[in-house]
Design a protein around this ligand. Sequence first.
Ligand SMILES: CC(C)(COP(=O)(O)OP(=O)(O)OC[C@H]1O[C@@H](n2cnc3c(N)ncnc32)[C@H](O)[C@@H]1OP(=O)(O)O)[C@@H](O)C(=O)NCCC(=O)NCCS
Length: 333
Amino acid sequence: MTSGISYEVLDLRHFTAAMLRPLLAAEERLWSERLHWDYRPSAKLLMQYIDNRMLPGYAAVDAGRVAAYAFCVYEDTKAVVGDVFADPDVADWQPPASGFAGQTPHEIEETLLRHLLETLEHSPHVDRIESQLLLHPAGRHATLFRASGFALYHRLFMTRQLDGIDRYASAPLPAGLELRLWRDDDLQAASRLICECYAGHPDSLINDQYRTVIGSLRFLHNIVRYSGCGTFAPAVSHVITERREPVALVLGSRVSPRAGHITQLCVLPRFRKQGLGRLLLSVAAQALLRHGMNEVSLTVTEANTSAVDLYRREGYVVSHSFDAGVWERNRRA
Ligand SMILES: CC(C)(COP(=O)(O)OP(=O)(O)OC[C@H]1O[C@@H](n2cnc3c(N)ncnc32)[C@H](O)[C@@H]1OP(=O)(O)O)[C@@H](O)C(=O)NCCC(=O)NCCS
């Protein structure tokens, strides 16, 4: 397929990981600078998928040199836009790969994204597309997403330095509740907990996995078993139980040698506003500190004001924001 400009837009499955390697190295640098996130494990996984010709998407290429890629993954009838990224220095590329001259990384990303969204929207088996391009600042591709029929939601990336968190007092647990570390056999009960916590919640508009127990289990599998959001840290993750049933939980991961991430925090509605959210946040942060991290991050939807207020009060500050997007076939019909 040609894009009508002097470089080509080709199916990503034509490429080997070796051809994408320099581009992924540029992306790793940006993840590290912008989010303090070590992208290398994700890049390694992507390269395995690329070499197995299993990653659907597009690449922008000239004279055999890849300047950008975009891909998606399928979950039944849903497609999730995994990433779009162009080499930030592409404008400086010299011959023979000079077909990118005069193109900004933003323009090249938009070309690939347009191809990807058009392909997905013309795929009859796809009835929903979700996108959360964490690396890209809010607004970067908003016009294109909106023009393609997406509803956009503003999300915040919040961070907190961990020094001093060990001196931070936590409220005692209300009577009848117990706090313990996450266990592998918590998965089923935790998926029921997540589903109940997110009923009618803005995040279940963005991620439809939250709407069902089976979807929540899939979400948890991705985080706990497949390192979908950093490397899962069981020693940081905690559950609060009442008569052995989880009523609240916090999950943490390691996203670089010195930075941790809160991948989930939720409290059953009837246990809210008793300090459990704050307690779990602080227990997880203290565990991250004990395990050698000096910073913690999390993401939150701006409209989720109770969570944003809690994080601000706990010393988290917004260091980045990004867009989440959702397209639904029936919404457009
Ligand atoms: C966000 C969430 C985890 C907060 O949990 P929580 O247990 O209610 O949190 P806390 O009790 O520590 O703090 C919440 C509020 O209760 C207040 N509070 C705490 N203890 C209290 C007490 N004993 N009496 C009265 N109010 C109290 C806090 O000051 C805070 O006030 P605010 O809403 O005015 O900011 C919870 O609402 C939730 O699970 N939401 C759905 C899932 C979600 O959004 N998760 C976060 C995704 S990023």
